[in-house]
Design a binder for this molecule. Structure first.
Ligand SMILES: Nc1nc2c(ncn2[C@@H]2O[C@H](COP(=O)(O)OP(=O)(O)OP(=O)(O)O)[C@@H](O)[C@H]2O)c(=O)[nH]1
Ligand SMILES: [Zn+2]
Ligand SMILES: [Zn+2]
Ligand SMILES: [Zn+2]
Length: 268
């Protein structure tokens, strides 16, 4: 269905695609309809969060750039301060959710099968399996993929994009859709910098600024517990802002990329 990677259909929205469609409907119009339904569902998910004063953060990156390791370190650091919960998205296995549960934190695994991103329907199904009362922060670990997750609103308030120093500092130039969607950019695995002679933290940031994205850029190593302070402070500030928005009857949408959505249509 999707020109790029065939990922537009997920176990969460398949029932919508196979409903009888109007005469004259094309593949393009059906896909546009799916994205519109995704946006409606995302708004509903956000209402779940806002009603309870929950801050929802979506973590996106390439496979293996350190999302789960960062969550493990973050949950350990925030224990006793906030109640956190995690939704994990992977093509297969419960491994990541089990790593989070080992930290004593509620985790729900979404196994997407063939779909290389989470969508709002999958997240909604997960929400109704979880205990959300009393939760302050919900982390959503998206499927490892630097393209498709940026196109789908899940109902989160903010996107956090990770780039590990092993991946090359020119990734924001090569994958602009993903990096334009970042509300914060985390440069991860910085403990490896001494053995990498070509990753330049400033150059990675310059590539982000070339996309006119003013998001904070934080450097850290979850493995060595280095640089975690500014990241934890960023989360604290975002939660305070979320609670202020909720008190004022407002909400916040993340920077979903309309150009990213193009990848999920068969034609422009
Ligand atoms: N040296 C170093 N290795 C790390 C760090 N963070 C993660 N890793 C390693 O990188 C590998 C992948 O880490 P994960 O946390 O599983 O990455 P992920 O982004 O959750 O991976 P997927 O869920 O498969 O996309 C593991 O072998 C980790 O031990 C770090 O700060 N420093
Ligand atoms: Zn895709
Ligand atoms: Zn992971
Ligand atoms: Zn609901």
């Amino acid at each position: 269905m999707c020109d790029t990677c065939g990922c537009n259909l997920t176990p969460g929205n398949r029932h919508l695609a196979y409903k009888p469609v109007a005469r004259g409907a094309t593949a393009v119009s059906v896909l546009k309809g799916l994205l519109a339904k995704n946006d409606d569902q995302a708004g509903h998910n956000r209402a779940h969060f806002d009603r309870r004063g929950i801050l929802a953060l979506n973590l996106m990156s390439s496979p293996g750039s350190g999302k789960t390791a960062l969550l493990e370190a973050t949950l350990t650091a925030l224990k006793g301060e906030f109640t956190c919960a995690v939704i994990e998205g992977d093509l297969e296995t419960e491994n990541d959710a089990e790593r989070i549960r080992a930290k004593g934190v509620q985790a729900h695994q979404i196994v997407t099968g063939t779909a290389c991103h989470l969508d709002a329907h999958l997240v909604h199904d997960a929400l109704h399996e979880m205990k959300l009362d009393g939760v302050d922060i919900l982390f959503i670990e998206n499927v490892g993929n630097l393209v498709c997750p940026a196109s789908f609103d899940l109902g989160q308030h903010l996107n956090v994009t990770l780039l590990s120093v092993t991946e090359g500092d020119d990734k924001p130039a090569k994958y602009p859709v993903m990096f334009r969607a970042a509300d914060a950019l985390l440069l991860t695995k910085t403990d490896l910098l001494p053995v990498l002679d070509d990753f330049d933290l400033d150059r990675a940031e310059a590539h982000l600024r070339n996309l006119a994205n003013p998001a904070p850029v934080l450097h850290l190593s979850a493995r060595k517990d280095a640089g975690m302070g500014p990241w934890l402070d960023w989360i604290r500030v975002q939660l305070a802002q979320q609670l202020a928005r909720v008190a004022a009857g407002q909400s916040r949408r993340p920077a979903i990329q309309p150009d990213g959505a193009r990848y999920h249509h068969t034609e422009a």
